[in-house]
Design a binder for this molecule. Sequence first.
Ligand code: SF4
Length: 213
Amino acid sequence: VSDASKKPHARRRPRSEGDARAYAALVLEARACDLCAAHLPFAPKPIFAAAPSARLAIVGQAPGRVAHETGVPWNDRSGERLRRLIGVDAATFYDATKVALLPMGFCFPGSGKTGDLPPRPECAETWQARFFAATPSIRLTLLVGRFAQSFHLRERAKATTTATVFAFRDYLPRFFPIPHPSPRNRFRFERDPTFERDVLPALRAEVARALAP
Ligand code: SF4
């Protein structure tokens, strides 16, 4: 069982040609992954974006239907809200040399009665630690929603997403847990004055710090 939370991924080291080749091989391997194909509603289509120089990582849930159809991660209203929340424009958000988009599930898991199904659990176990080991410049990882928080924080996650989000100082400087920006969470967080007062300014400051040259 991999444990990305125990692998330091903030260290920096010079990158060699060998590193670049190893990274390219990792990306090819992930793009060809069909590990959980039998459980997916469509043929596997892993959607992620990262480069070894990325300084901010965003670990979301899994691509939704629009992202699956277009091949562009966070290409929906949740993505727009996420970018607003963290104060990052689309050009920066989609610059893989700055921002690594590494969801818990790389492929669209399908929809259930109340929304998208959870990300396939074997995906994070297979890819998270490997991608974080290959992106040593990451300064801050945003853990978006409970799946990312449970996986990376393990026993340090609180009983609820809300409690984990409001305890964000416990996880800095490496992690910042945030709510999933789905329309269902809108009234719980975006219009919550406590969230706006206590969490948002720190979130935007930490994101700016991570992206600073
Ligand atoms: S969801 Fe992850 S583990 Fe499953 S096929 Fe896609 S990339 Fe592979």
